[in-house]
Design a protein around this ligand. Sequence first.
Ligand SMILES: Cc1cc2nc3c(=O)[nH]c(=O)nc-3n(C[C@H](O)[C@H](O)[C@H](O)COP(=O)(O)OP(=O)(O)OC[C@H]3O[C@@H](n4cnc5c(N)ncnc54)[C@H](O)[C@@H]3O)c2cc1C
Ligand code: HEM
Length: 421
Amino acid sequence: MLSAQQRAIITATVPALRAHGETITRTFYGAMLSAHPELLDYFNPANQRAEGGQARSLAASVLAYAANIDHLDRLGGLVERIATKHVSLEILPEHYPIVGRHLLGAIAEVLGEAATPEILEAWGAAYGQLAEVMIGRERALYDETSTQPGGWAGFRPFRVARKVAESGSMTSFHLVPADGGPLADFRPGQYVSVRLQPPGSAHAQVRQYSLSAAPDGRQYRITVKREGAPAGLPDVAPGLISNFLHDHVAEGDILPVHAPVGDFVLDEASGRPVVLIGGGAGITALLPMLERLATASTREVVLLRALRGRDQHAFADRVRALAGLRTGVRSVTWYEVADASDRLDGYCDALGRLDAELIRQHLPAGEAEFYYCGPVGFMAAIEQALDTLGVPAARRHSEAFAPDPSFVVEAPDAEAMARAG
Ligand SMILES: Cc1cc2nc3c(=O)[nH]c(=O)nc-3n(C[C@H](O)[C@H](O)[C@H](O)COP(=O)(O)OP(=O)(O)OC[C@H]3O[C@@H](n4cnc5c(N)ncnc54)[C@H](O)[C@@H]3O)c2cc1C
Ligand code: HEM
């Protein structure tokens, strides 16, 4: 437990650290990754760039959570999500002191002469306590994933049994355990991670992929969208792992896969109507939810899909078949760009970008639960639309296919963190 004096020290130093968030981030990563290059296997360089993403979120959130160490009950949801992401990456207890040491080093550097031993001790104590909470939750998740029937620890080799093009930019990989052993179940919405080191890459990389078909005890299916370089940045390479999977991983190849995790899961105890909203590849996490809802419940459900165009439109026939199974299951798809044939053969229902008004037009009666998933920009637009529609946080469930933007906290702020939780 932190002493009252340590808590006061932390509160007093927060403004200075807040003012230098970027410097802390840069100092922290630079020093840690040069002292521990083995950690480059864990961090995605695409997320370390200056304009935000993971680099900002990890260092800033460590500070934010450490400053809120006495209110972790109110931050429960965020701790759970980070622990889950860490488990998917195989972050282990021995990594925590490394991060702690370099974070304290960064704090010392930013505060300069003002960094007294008492200040560093107070931040060290807060970090230590937070690390204990995270390690404890991660240990429980590791136990769960490894001891459940068909579960395993670490990365298990899977053979690509089938590779199927689902659309111009989306490809499914059907994965069976290479050891022929049993396979753990998962909840609709959960994901696995894949670890790969493409030839020419100095480090291995881990990426998460949602399980895109209901569990059947024999195989998993992931569906990967080919990630291009961002528009207007011709010197940036396209996505490393998604392109490697598309271009170089073939049927018969072996992929190391981490057991399913994830807290973006369908609440099957609720009887409320459901609105599923998917942007781009976000359908992957939503499809097993739709399958479950269409086949094993009577809840009204509507799937709203926002796609750039036909190129991204995976699973059109499967969604149509599920919508035909019973009344009360509907789907509407918008394309940003479409030609006449897309409208004629019924692929795309409408043109344009999903906004609050369009969502409102398709809402089921009653207070629905909202599940939404997709790239970061899409998630921000949906959050805004749901704000406009007055949907309370308790009925929102989401997963961003990138470092989660909800973790991008500028600095420790107990009230804001409590509201986020
Ligand atoms: C929980 C979860 C579930 C997911 N499920 C799915 C899924 O089911 N299907 C799916 O397709 N994806 C899914 N993702 C996303 C997936 O994990 C990968 O992030 C995605 O495949 C991109 O990885 P990559 O290695 O191809 O791209 P990266 O190499 O990570 O690059 C990402 C983007 O950043 C750009 N970039 C790289 N370096 C820079 C730079 N210096 N400056 C600017 N831009 C840069 C790249 O060009 C690319 O556009 C999921 C993610 C999460 C967190
Ligand atoms: C108390 C300590 C820690 C906190 C509060 C913390 C916080 C976070 C947060 C907020 C994220 C983003 C999650 C998301 O986007 O979904 C994250 C991701 C991550 N964390 Fe931690 N973390 C801590 C410790 C560690 C440690 C010890 C390691 C090991 C080196 C680590 C490695 C990572 C990695 C590799 C990612 C994903 C980054 C990427 O995609 O590049 N973290 N962490």
